[in-house]
Design a protein around this ligand. Structure first.
Ligand SMILES: *Cc1c(COP(=O)(O)O)cnc(C)c1O
Length: 453
């Protein structure tokens, strides 16, 4: 039998999953006529506040930039603008959205490789920080700034020594050349940046210390170099340690529809996650140093920038499908829901979004609870491989048509990075949930559609 992988959740979401709160998700499913995402902006605010607190506790001058690519919703950049957070954008569209939401140009950092001239021009005109990824890009930034008679604010992105085959960043020789080219008019060389894949805290602390040393070197050349960005990559803890251990030890091909096997999974359990990972990084003593990263940064008068995407969205959303059909096969059920796996992006990285979806039964009399009832979850499309969940989830209640299936904690990357109107299925709308305006036991949360087109 498959093991359970119970998703961590919040009080707010728990109240929506059981009666009387679950009337709302059913109403929305009926009213919107298809799958949809729920967004909880208050969680975003709380996660951002925790990151800021980690900086304050360590006595470090730090700034938080929300990596916008993790979710397209307007509400998160609107919250970022109000809270005075920065935003990390990597396309002209993302930059436009951030500016329109009220984020000031000087609060933007523009990342991504080989940024096009239109993006660079608007970035320079708005005084945004540009994380330069290559020498030819630096030349284009300098030429544009010259042409516009403006000063370009740049960070130089470092190729991580531990990930030498990454396609991002400048190696030693390129970095030297770049620094020399920055000793000119029309450029404000603000400092250095990196973004690492994976979640290794020590690797980040080591590389951050290297960037602090680079700042000292650059200053001897008369450059400003007073900030470093350590990118994103703060883990999210989706499931408990015990569930995760049992899953890894006991999983076999027969636990999946068609004995599907995956080459690997996202690390759904992380003992140190989110703002705690930042706190741990700041108290790490980097290799070859005698002080903690916080002390090094403070002593050097350097501002530390972070660009979390996934971690700011922890518990800030979930995704709701309606069960459209149930078919029994070889001792388990195949559920078909009213959407596709393109609305659960992990499926498109040759992997699976593992935390168990939660069933909200329709108001029906025939709820038998002699479970578990194993079931996998397929999409309402004509592709054999379009499965939302290949794993046979052990549901405590037998799912039936009209029930809702809720995937929890999906705001970080799962919702829209791969969404598509394939089969003329509409894109799932995003519904923003806000707390009731008045305090009463009967008060219900308010909902509205997100403003993103
Ligand atoms: C994607 C990305 C991020 C955000 O990464 P998370 O893992 O979501 O925190 C931050 N910075 C850069 C440059 C990125 O490409």
């Amino acid at each position: 039998m498959t093991t359970t992988l119970t998703s961590h959740t919040t009080e707010e979401v728990r109240a929506l999953l059981a009666p009387p709160g679950s009337a709302l998700p059913h109403e929305l499913s009926h009213g919107l006529g298809g799958p949809y995402h729920l967004l909880f902006p208050q969680r975003f605010d709380a996660n951002a506040a925790a990151f800021r607190q980690a900086f304050a506790d360590a006595g470090v001058d730090g700034r938080v930039y929300f990596a916008k690519k993790a979710n397209k919703a307007a509400v998160f950049v609107e919250r970022a603008a109000v809270a005075g957070l920065g935003v990390d954008v990597a396309s002209h569209g993302e930059l436009r959205e951030a500016l329109a939401a009220g984020v000031r140009g000087t609060d933007l950092v523009v990342t991504g490789p080989a940024k096009d001239d239109q993006l660079l021009r608007v970035a320079v005109l708005h005084g945004a920080l540009v994380a330069v990824d290559a020498l030819d890009e630096l030349d284009r930034v300098l030429a544009l700034a010259d042409e516009l008679g403006r000063t370009a604010r740049v960070l130089l992105r470092r190729l991580p020594p531990g990930q030498p085959h990454s396609r991002f960043g400048l190696d030693d020789a390129e970095m030297n050349t770049a620094l020399r080219r920055c000793r000119t008019e029309h450029v404000d060389m603000a400092g250095f940046s990196f973004h690492l894949s994976g979640y290794d805290i020590r690797e980040r602390a080591d590389l951050a210390a290297e960037l602090v040393r680079l700042c000292a070197q650059a200053r001897t050349w008369g450059l400003r170099a007073d900030r470093i960005s350590v990118g994103g990559g703060f883990a999210v803890d989706y499931v408990g340690a015990e569930d995760w251990r049992r899953f890894q030890e006991s999983t076999r091909p027969e636990h999946f529809h068609k004995h599907k096997a995956f080459s690997g999974y996202y690390p759904y359990h992380s003992p140190v996650a989110g703002a705690d990972a930042l706190a741990a990084m700041l108290t790490t003593t980097p290799a070859g140093e005698e002080s903690t990263l916080a002390e090094l940064v403070r002593a050097a008068g350097v501002t530390l920038l972070v660009e979390p995407g996934r971690a700011l969205l922890d518990q800030a959303g979930c995704t709701v499908f309606r069960v459209q059909g149930v078919k029994e096969r070889d001792g388990y059920d195949i559920l078909t829901v009213d959407g596709s796996s393109l609305s659960l992006s992990e499926q498109w990285f040759e992997s699976e979004f593992l935390p168990d979806p939660v069933l909200i039964p329709a108001d029906r009399a025939d709820i038998a609870d002699a479970g578990p009832y194993p079931a996998c979850v397929g999409a309402a499309t004509c592709l054999e491989s379009d499965m939302l969940t290949w794993r046979k989830i052990p549901f405590p209640v037998r799912p039936a048509t009209g029930d809702l299936l809720v995937y929890l904690n999906t705001a970080g990357y799962q919702m829209d990075s791969n969404e598509s109107p394939f089969h003329e299925l509409p894109l799932p709308p995003k519904v923003v949930i806000e707390p009731p305006t008045y305090d009463s036991p009967s008060a219900r949360p308010r909902w509205r559609l997100d403003r993103h087109p």
